[in-house]
Design a protein around this ligand. Structure first.
Ligand code: SF4
Ligand code: SF4
Length: 377
């Protein structure tokens, strides 16, 4: 995973791709190129560990729309540890973590994928062994497993910043919903218990879009180098990617405004234009740039493929936003009408709709945040 030399020409390509990724103008390319050159010359290390996860966010990252930027992050910025892409195994791999803790104080960014299980002493998620410690297993002394919670206690204090990669790491996601058997805990909560001053950035998504991951890591690295700013909402998510409601940019918004809703999955909708609010779309309460960024190299996105947005980028995913195919509950448009089944004609007024989108957000418990991008500070 060592870094490699990158030519000036390649760097300018990286810079152009980075500008596109971060939604910046091309006139920013020279400044971005300079910042990236400085970054790469210092090779800021990134350490990526995994908790109670499905590895979906790592797989998503490997499918990056911007392979040049992903290459930059994966190679040039020196990812020192990643369970899925590193060649090393066993102590050779975990020794890198021990060395980083000892030698790279304040220099590396720690990315955590998946929440941290805390019940049963965290034994639901372990990697590596505790050197010099043993435990009893069926009467035999065997080397003791090391839980991700224990790794976090060692890796967080020397880290320059921590990034929670994906909804599960950021907000608990599916592991935290309903069952709660493992005590899955969002990364930011664990970090706050270890070091309340440590900067944490959350990335939504289940999985996270590869651009959200690459872009957030880049934003954090540039910020730590004093070359950029971290513009976060109150959920510690980058406004570059989570600054606008899905509903505001949705290609079916005109149907919502006109009260034209899909009411049944067998309904005839040959042009795929009917709004899917009544089929469970959570776009009106989810902040993410999916309609404009799109997925799979910009081929399509959920609503474009006739699937309602499930709100996977939202801090309320999965527990509060489920069932996935049921409309948002208790939808009241202030001063207009209470019922979802009368939404069609109610929503025809543009003012009511504009108020309604933010009102829905507020109704999910985000008090005082209805005018902000996922919540203003
Ligand atoms: S409710 Fe969903 S499908 Fe309808 S306009 Fe909003 S985001 Fe698009
Ligand atoms: S459209 Fe909604 S469910 Fe689909 S990826 Fe974006 S935030 Fe997640």
């Amino acid at each position: 995973m060592a870094g490699k030399t990158v030519s000036r020409r390649q760097f300018l390509k990286h810079a152009g791709a980075t500008a596109a990724l971060l939604g910046l103008s091309e006139v920013m390319i020279p400044q971005i190129a300079q910042a990236l050159e400085e970054l790469a010359s210092g090779k800021p290390p990134v350490i990526w560990i995994q908790g109670q996860n499905c590895t979906g966010c790592s797989i998503s990252l490997l499918n990056s729309n911007y392979p040049m930027v992903a290459e930059l992050v994966l190679n040039d910025l020196s990812i020192r540890y990643h369970p899925n892409v590193m060649a090393a195994a066993g102590y050779t791999a975990t020794d890198v973590l021990d060395e980083s803790i000892k030698d790279l104080k304040g220099k590396y960014v720690l990315v955590v994928e998946g929440p941290v299980p805390t019940k049963e002493d965290g034994e639901f998620c372990t990697f590596g062994l505790q050197k010099g410690k043993t435990k009893d297993l069926m009467g035999n002394k065997v080397p003791a497993d090391k839980t991700i919670h224990e790794w976090m206690k060692e890796l967080v204090p020397p880290a320059a910043a921590v990034i929670a990669g994906g909804n599960c790491a950021s907000f608990g996601g599916i592991p935290l919903a309903n069952a709660g058997v493992t005590g899955a805990t969002p990364v930011s909560k664990i970090v706050a218990e270890i070091d309340s001053e440590k900067p944490v950035v959350n990335i939504g998504g289940c999985p996270a879009h590869p651009d959200w991951i690459t872009g957030t890591v880049l934003e954090a690295l540039l910020f730590l180098k004093g070359k950029g700013k971290l513009n976060l909402n109150s959920h510690k998510m980058s406004r570059t990617f989570f600054g606008q409601l899905i509903h505001e940019n949705c290609e079916r918004r005109a149907s919502f405004d006109a009260g034209l809703f899909l009411e049944d999955w067998n309904q005839d909708d040959p042009d795929m234009k009917l709004c899917m609010f009544k089929m469970g779309c959570k776009g009106p309460v989810t902040y993410a740039d999916c309609p404009v960024r799109r997925w799979n190299s910009k081929v399509n996105w959920c609503v474009g493929a006739s699937a309602p947005c499930h709100g996977c980028a939202s801090p309320d995913f999965y527990k509060t936003l489920s069932p996935l195919y049921e409309p948002l509950p208790n939808v009241n448009f202030p001063g207009i009408t209470p019922a979802v089944d009368t939404l069609g004609w109610v929503a025809a007024g543009a003012t009511a709709v504009g108020v309604g989108a933010h009102y829905l957000y507020k109704q999910l418990g985000h008090k005082g945040e209805e005018t902000g991008e996922g919540g203003e500070k």
